[in-house]
Design a protein around this ligand. Structure first.
Ligand code: ATP
Ligand code: MG
Length: 407
């Protein structure tokens, strides 16, 4: 089919009163950035909607890209004709011809007369367009309720828009329109999904990753960079803070409190993430925690761990099942990377039985006994390397120049 235009519908943010303009502008900027590789395409803005005139650009390819824009809930490819009855019937007929129906299909026409000067009201148009189509295409059977094929006809002064597909898009809030958070990004399945779902709600996300070289390998770090790069595909670019964690982590070993190591590590991670958040102007911390998934994600573990920060900890996956998380990971393109078998700093020195019910007083007294813990945390922040990743980033090249200093 030769489509003339794409119709993009905005999501729920249109309910947001005086912020609506700001949200719409953000979506518009995002759409423009996608359209920069489709020079013939042109944007037309209308209240509550966007139109992209294709001018010969490839519709299906463009739809694939526009579908990922946060704030857009659906897209319809549209054929445009002059707002005259005979032209509308003619164009609707060729529209259906192009669909090449092979079996009996339930059908209705839904006309909408937006341009009130057009001589036939909407109801009448349903019949004026529907009857000749039903006569010509014998496979069509009228059904008012839930038809398989609904031909929509929008009559406007500048032209009539004809379409039947409503392709679901990602939805949510426009990119970066709801403030900034620091995402604790491990190499696992969960945290990239937590990042994506946060971004979809309009959160600008900066990633923080803790690595314990040489206990964790370069490959593990490269994997996290690759994951951040996938996330940057949704955000345009993503900052990744790489925090050296070896010293802090090893200070927790040999204390005779192995079952609390994970609790202690998580508390230190949160403290560092909080310092980075302050530095970067972020107002929340995001994790991939899911209730009960592992020992550190029991209610009492999260309680003891969460006390280290005054910032809200956002846990988008907290009530999701692993299978649901995996489904999203597959859809957003992080799953295959996440299952690569490189170790994370939380999987080395894992105690046989990590505490599921850690005692806050004991944890605090262990931390108090480590005189230089605060200094180590501050040093880790100072030695943090920050990289900015985009979908085009060459990660191997970035790693080539790394020398020992990096760790
Ligand atoms: P993921 O949750 O990403 O799949 P996982 O399940 O192996 O990895 P957990 O041990 O369950 O990770 O950790 C819970 C959360 O703690 C992660 O979702 C992530 O937000 C954070 N986290 C764990 N390890 C790291 C790390 N090395 N760097 C940054 N954040 C981490
Ligand atoms: Mg997890």
């Amino acid at each position: 089919m030769n489509y003339d235009m794409l119709l993009l519908r905005f999501g729920e943010f249109t309910l947001k009163g005086k912020n609506r303009n700001r949200f719409e502008k953000t979506v518009l900027t995002h759409v423009r950035s996608v359209l920069s590789s489709y020079p013939a395409a042109q944007i037309q803005k209308e209240y509550g909607r966007l139109y992209v005139a294709l001018n010969g650009e490839n519709a299906s390819q463009l739809i694939e890209e526009l579908k990922k824009i946060f704030g857009i809930i659906s897209i319809s490819p549209v054929v445009v004709c002059p707002s005259q009855l005979d032209k509308i019937v003619e164009t609707s007929t060729s529209f259906l011809e192009n669909l090449d129906l092979q079996k009996e299909t339930t059908f209705k026409v839904t006309a909408r007369r937006v341009w009130k000067a057009f001589p036939h009201p909407s109801q009448e148009m349903n019949h004026l367009v529907g009857s000749p189509l039903l006569k010509k295409f014998t496979m069509l059977k009228v059904s008012m309720k839930d038809p398989e094929l609904q031909l929509r006809v929008e009559i406007r002064e500048q032209g009539t828009y004809i379409y039947c597909e409503v392709i679901p898009a990602v939805g949510g809030f426009p990119r970066g329109s709801n403030g900034k958070g620091m995402l604790l990004l491990s190499g696992g399945i969960d945290s990239p999904v937590a990042g994506f779902t946060s971004m979809r709600r309009g959160l600008e996300v900066e990633c923080v990753h803790f690595y314990s070289y040489p206990f964790t390998s370069l490959k593990a770090k490269e994997k996290v960079m690759e994951l951040a790069k996938v996330l940057s595909g949704y955000a345009g670019e993503v900052k990744l803070h790489l925090v050296p964690f070896t010293e802090i982590q090893t200070s927790f070993t040999g204390l005779g409190q192995d079952n609390l190591i994970i609790t202690l590590m998580r508390r230190s991670m949160l403290r560092i993430a909080t310092m980075l958040a302050e530095r970067e102007g972020a107002l929340a911390i995001v994790t991939g925690d899911s209730l009960g998934q592992v020992a550190s994600q029991t209610l009492s573990s999260m309680n003891v761990i969460g006390r280290t920060t005054d910032l809200p900890i956002l846990r988008p996956l907290i009530m999701m099942d692993k299978s649901e998380i995996i489904d999203i990971a597959k859809r957003i393109g992080t799953y295959e990377l996440s299952i690569l078998p490189y170790e994370d700093c939380c999987t080395i020195f894992v105690p046989k039985s990590p505490a599921t019910n850690p005692n806050l007083r004991i944890v605090e007294s262990i931390e108090a006994s480590l005189a230089n813990l605060q200094t180590m945390l501050e040093e880790a922040v100072e030695r943090t390397e920050t990289v900015v990743l985009t979908p085009e980033s060459m990660i191997e090249a970035a790693e080539d120049g790394i020398d020992e200093e990096w760790f």
